[in-house]
Design a protein around this ligand. Structure first.
Ligand SMILES: *[C@@H]1O[C@H](CO)[C@@H](O)[C@H](O)[C@H]1NC(C)=O
Ligand SMILES: *[C@@H]1O[C@H](CO)[C@@H](O)[C@H](O)[C@H]1NC(C)=O
Ligand SMILES: *[C@@H]1O[C@H](CO)[C@@H](O)[C@H](O)[C@H]1NC(C)=O
Ligand SMILES: *[C@@H]1O[C@H](CO)[C@@H](O)[C@H](O)[C@H]1NC(C)=O
Ligand SMILES: *[C@@H]1O[C@H](CO)[C@@H](O)[C@H](O)[C@H]1NC(C)=O
Ligand SMILES: *[C@@H]1O[C@H](CO)[C@@H](O)[C@H](O)[C@H]1NC(C)=O
Ligand SMILES: *[C@@H]1O[C@H](CO)[C@@H](O)[C@H](O)[C@H]1NC(C)=O
Ligand SMILES: *[C@@H]1O[C@H](CO)[C@@H](O)[C@H](O)[C@H]1NC(C)=O
Ligand SMILES: *[C@@H]1O[C@H](CO)[C@@H](O)[C@H](O)[C@H]1NC(C)=O
Ligand SMILES: *[C@@H]1O[C@H](CO)[C@@H](O)[C@H](O)[C@H]1NC(C)=O
Ligand SMILES: *[C@@H]1O[C@H](CO)[C@@H](O)[C@H](O)[C@H]1NC(C)=O
Ligand SMILES: *[C@@H]1O[C@H](CO)[C@@H](O)[C@H](O)[C@H]1NC(C)=O
Length: 667
C-alpha cells in the first residue's frame, strides 16, 4: 500500500484553494481528543456529524471509563434488548391501525393485538429486507418503502399498504439496498417521497449525474467535477495520513462519492457516522425501525467468497457476525480502535469516526468499486484528476479492487479457534451479495431476533440456471436456503424450504408475490425457534421495465420516479388492481406466526390468502424457457412524461460496459 499512500500524498498536495471545501485536518491525536471532550453533547434528530475530527478522518479519543470490548455473539446486545423494550410496544398502535385497514373479514385486529400485547413476543415482529442490485435495487426497494410508509401521500387509501413501515421492527439493506437504508437513516428517517423530491440546492437522490461527474451543486455552491474529485481525494488522504495505521482502499473513495448522492449535507457529510443513528431522538424513543447493513468476509489470501463465508452485519450499536467462525460483535462507534483478543490494547486510546456512514454503505456495495475503475474512460473528468485516480486504482491492483479494509481488525486474536481472520491485522470485507445471498435475510433470521415475517424485496439480476434479462429468479432465496442446510455454518438459523431456480421460473414464483414457510413447523435444521415466514416480492414489470442493468450509473429524474413507482406497484400489486385482497393477504402473512404462537385458528379470509400465495411444495425442475415477462398494467411512458415533470436532469446513462469484467453480475 506504500504506492497508494504516495499517490494520496500527491493528490493532497494538489489541493486548490477553495474555502468551502472541508479540508482534512492535520490535528494530532491529542488535539482531536481534547476537541472531542469539548464538543457539546448535541442530540440532533438525525444521524449526526460526530466524527471527532469534524471530517472524514477518524480520530483518537479517550476511551470511556469502561473500555469497549468485543463480545461473544451468544445473545442480542444489551443495547438492542433495551431498545426493543421501547420499539416493540411502540409498534402496537400502528399495527392495530394497519391490520384494521387491511380489513381481514371476520377478524377484529384491535381485539386480537390488545389481548396479546402484554407479551410482545406473541404479536408480530416484522422485518423488511432490501436486496442488492445497484441503483435498480435502491429504487425498486424505495418503491416498497414508499408504499409501506404512512407518510407517503395516498398510501393509506383503499388497496394500499401504508403504515406497515410504522409497525416494523427491523429494516435491512445490502449493497444497493444498503444505499436505500443508509440514506434514509442518515437523513433523519426521511420518507422516500421527501428524498425523491429533494430540496433546493441539495443533491440528495439526484442520480442524473453519475458519480463520475458529481453533483451540480453542493448545498450552497456550484460544484465542478474537479472540485468534487479534489474534495473526495482530500477526505480520503486525511484518513490515510491520520497516523493511526488506517489503510485506505478503493471503498473509501467509492463511499465518499456515494455519499454526495445519499447524504444531504455539504461534501457528502464526511463526519456522519453510522453509529450516530443510535443518538437520534426518533431512534432512541423507539419511533423508527432498527437499521441493519450486511457485508461478507473474504478470508485471508483468497478471493473466494462462498456460502460458507462469514457474514457480517452493521447496526447502530454493533458490527460483527453471528456465524460460528468470528462469532463476535464490536461496538460500531469504536471501529478503528486497536483491539486484541477482544480488548483495547493496553495504553492505547480509542478511535471514533471510522464508521463513516458512507463507508459502511460502500462496504456493503464494494462490487460497485467497478464504477470508479471506469474513470479512465470518463472524458468529462479533467485529465490531471483522471491520472491521479488511475494511479491510485492501478496501485490497488485487481486482486483488491473489490474490498473494504477494516484495519485494525477488531477481531484480531478473538475466538482464535474458529475465527478465520483472528491472526490478521486487517479484516477484509466485500459486497454483501458476493456469497449470492443478495437479499439481507441474514440478520433477520437470527433466532435471537425472533422475527416473524420478512418482506424480502428482490431486485436481483439473476443469471444462474436461466438468464432472466436482469430480473430475479429466486437465486438469492435458494442461496440462503442452501446455507441453512449446512449444520455448521447455519448455527441454528432455521429457514423455510425453497425450491430450485427452474421451479421459480416455471411456476412464476419470481413474477408475483409468494409466501415461503407458511407451515411454521416444516423448516430446515435449525430448530431453535421458528423460521420467519418469507414474503418474497420479486421485481417485475407492473408499469415500467425496471430491469435496468446493474452497472447503469445514471438515472434521470423521470426514470428514477418510474422505477420507484413500479416498486410501489410491486409492493401493492398495483394498489390492489391485480388482486383486491392483496392487502388482506399481506396482513395474514404478518399474523401467521402470531396465530401459531397463540394457538389461534387463522380466519377463513387468511386461509384463502395462504392457498393463493403460499408455495405449496409443487416443483417443476424442467429447463425453463427464456424469461420475458410482460407488463401487468399500463406502461408508464417516460419519454413523453419527461416534459411534464421534474427539473434539470442531465442524461448520462453509462450502460454496463463493465459487464464483461466482473464474474458476479447478478447482484
Ligand atoms: C392522491 O390522490 C388524489 C385523488 O386521487 C390525486 O389527485 C393526487 O394526485 C394523489 N397524490 C399523489 C401524490 O399521488
Ligand atoms: C437537506 O438539508 C437541508 C438543510 O438541513 C434541509 O433544509 C432540506 O430540507 C434537506 N432536504 C432533504 C430532501 O432532506
Ligand atoms: C464450504 O467450504 C468448503 C471448504 O472450503 C468447500 O469445499 C465447500 O464447497 C463450501 N460449501 C459451500 C456451500 O460453499
Ligand atoms: C459447511 O460449512 C463448514 C464451515 O464453513 C465447512 O467447513 C463445510 O465444508 C461445509 N459443508 C459443506 C457440505 O459445504
Ligand atoms: C453457534 O456457534 C457458537 C460458536 O461456535 C457456539 O458456541 C454456539 O453453541 C452455536 N449455537 C448454536 C445454537 O448452535
Ligand atoms: C475504456 O473503454 C475501452 C473501450 O470501450 C475499453 O476497452 C476499456 O476496457 C475501458 N477501460 C476501463 C478501465 O474500463
Ligand atoms: C490468539 O491469536 C493471537 C494472534 O495470533 C495471539 O496473539 C494470541 O495469543 C492468541 N490468543 C490465544 C488465547 O490463543
Ligand atoms: C428488460 O425486460 C424486458 C422484458 O422482459 C426485456 O425485453 C429487456 O431486454 C430487458 N432489459 C434488459 C436490460 O435486460
Ligand atoms: C407442517 O409440517 C409438519 C412437519 O413437517 C407436518 O407434519 C404437517 O402435516 C404440516 N402441516 C400442514 C398443514 O401442512
Ligand atoms: C398506486 O398508488 C400510488 C400512490 O398513490 C401511485 O403513485 C401509483 O401510480 C398507483 N398505481 C397504480 C397502478 O394505480
Ligand atoms: C415441507 O414443505 C415442503 C415445501 O412446502 C414440502 O415439499 C414438504 O413436503 C413439506 N414436508 C412436510 C413433512 O410437510
Ligand atoms: C430520461 O431517460 C429516458 C430513458 O433514457 C428518456 O427516454 C427520457 O427522455 C429522459 N428524460 C429526460 C427529461 O431527459
Amino acid at each position: 500500500m506504500k504506492g497508494l499512500l504516495a499517490v494520496l500524498a500527491l493528490a493532497a498536495s494538489l489541493k486548490l484553494c477553495n474555502g468551502a471545501i472541508v479540508a482534512p485536518r492535520d490535528a494530532s491525536p491529542e488535539v482531536l481528543a481534547a476537541e472531542a471532550l469539548a464538543a457539546p453533547m448535541i442530540l440532533a434528530d438525525r444521524a449526526i456529524p460526530n466524527s471527532p475530527s469534524g471530517g472524514y478522518t477518524p480520530g483518537a479519543v479517550d476511551c470511556p471509563s469502561t473500555r469497549p470490548t468485543v463480545r461473544l455473539a451468544n445473545s442480542l446486545s444489551p443495547s438492542e434488548t433495551a431498545w426493543l423494550q421501547k420499539r416493540r410496544p411502540a409498534t402496537v398502535d400502528p399495527m392495530i391501525t394497519w391490520l384494521s385497514r387491511m380489513n381481514i373479514s371476520g377478524f377484529d385486529a384491535a381485539t386480537y393485538i390488545n389481548t396479546h400485547k402484554a407479551n410482545t413476543s406473541l404479536i408480530p415482529n416484522i422485518g423488511i429486507a432490501a436486496s442488492g442490485g445497484g441503483y435498480r435495487a435502491l429504487l425498486n426497494g424505495a418503491g416498497f418503502l414508499a408504499a409501506a410508509d404512512s407518510r407517503t401521500h395516498n398510501s393509506t387509501n383503499k388497496g394500499q399498504i401504508g403504515g406497515l413501515l410504522q409497525a416494523t421492527t427491523y429494516v435491512a439493506g445490502l449493497s444497493g439496498g444498503s444505499w436505500l437504508v443508509g440514506s434514509m437513516y442518515s437523513n433523519n428517517f426521511s420518507s422516500v417521497e421527501t428524498l425523491r423530491d429533494g430540496s433546493k440546492g441539495s443533491s440528495v437522490w439526484k442520480y442524473g449525474n453519475s458519480i463520475f461527474e458529481g453533483p451540480d451543486t453542493d448545498s450552497i455552491q456550484v460544484l465542478s467535477t474537479a472540485d468534487y474529485f479534489r474534495t473526495i481525494s482530500d477526505q480520503v488522504s486525511g484518513k490515510a495520513n491520520a497516523g493511526l495505521g488506517f489503510n485506505s482502499s478503493i471503498t473509501d473513495y467509492w463511499g465518499r462519492a456515494l455519499s454526495f448522492q445519499l447524504i444531504n449535507a455539504t461534501s457528502g457529510g464526511p463526519a456522519y457516522t453510522f453509529s450516530s443513528i443510535a443518538l437520534a431522538d426518533n431512534f432512541v424513543n423507539g419511533e423508527i425501525p432498527f437499521p441493519l447493513i450486511v457485508a461478507d468476509e473474504r478470508s485471508p489470501n483468497t478471493q473466494i467468497v462462498s456460502l460458507n463465508s462469514t457474514v457480517y452485519e452493521f447496526n447502530p450499536f454493533e458490527m460483527g457476525s453471528w456465524d460460528p467462525t468470528t462469532y463476535g460483535f464490536v461496538p460500531t462507534e469504536y471501529l478503528g480502535t486497536n483491539f486484541s483478543g477482544g480488548s483495547v490494547v493496553a495504553n492505547q486510546q480509542c478511535v471514533r469516526g471510522f464508521d463513516n456512514a458512507g463507508y459502511v454503505m460502500g462496504t456493503s456495495s464494494t462490487l460497485f468499486n467497478q464504477f470508479l475503475l471506469q474513470i479512465d474512460n470518463q472524458t468529462a473528468i479533467p485529465t490531471f484528476l483522471r491520472n491521479i485516480f488511475t494511479g491510485i486504482l492501478t496501485g490497488i491492483g485487481e486482486v483488491n479492487n473489490d474490498i473494504a479494509q477494516y484495519q485494525p481488525n477488531p477481531f484480531f486474536g478473538f475466538n482464535n479457534g474458529t475465527n478465520r481472520n483472528s491472526g490478521e491485522t486487517e479484516l477484509t470485507l466485500v459486497d454483501g451479495g458476493e456469497d449470492l445471498q443478495n437479499i439481507p435475510l441474514y440478520p433477520l433470521i437470527q433466532p435471537n431476533r425472533e422475527v416473524d415475517v420478512i418482506f424480502a424485496i428482490d431486485s436481483s439480476a439473476d443469471t444462474e440456471d436461466v438468464d432472466t434479462h436482469t430480473w430475479p429468479n429466486g437465486a438469492s432465496l435458494v442461496a440462503t436456503y442452501r446455507r441453512s442446510l449446512n449444520a455448521t455454518i447455519e448455527n441454528s438459523t432455521a429457514f423455510p424450504s425453497i425450491p430450485s431456480i427452474p421451479t421459480f421460473v416455471n411456476l412464476g414464483l419470481n413474477n408475483r408475490p409468494t409466501f415461503f414457510g407458511c407451515n411454521a413447523t416444516n423448516i430446515t435444521a435449525g430448530q431453535n425457534g421458528m423460521s420467519p415466514l418469507i414474503v418474497y416480492l420479486p421485481n417485475a414489470p407492473y408499469v415500467f421495465n425496471s430491469n435496468i442493468t446493474t452497472f447503469t450509473a445514471a438515472y434521470n429524474n423521470t426514470v428514477r420516479n418510474a422505477m420507484i413507482e413500479n416498486g410501489y406497484d410491486v409492493a401493492t400489486m398495483g394498489n390492489g388492481t391485480l388482486d383486491a385482497e392483496w392487502p388482506t393477504c399481506m396482513a395474514c402473512a404478518v399474523l401467521s406466526r402470531s396465530f401459531t404462537k397463540t394457538g389461534t385458528a387463522p380466519p377463513p379470509a387468511c386461509n384463502t390468502c395462504f392457498q393463493r400465495y403460499c408455495w405449496n411444495g409443487t416443483t417443476d425442475s424442467s429447463t425453463p424457457a427464456s424469461y420475458e415477462p410482460t407488463f401487468k398494467l399500463a406502461e408508464i411512458n417516460v419519454a413523453s412524461a419527461a416534459t411534464a415533470t421534474m427539473n434539470v436532469a442531465k442524461l448520462g446513462v453509462y450502460a454496463g460496459a463493465l459487464v464483461a469484467t466482473v464474474a458476479i453480475m447478478f447482484v
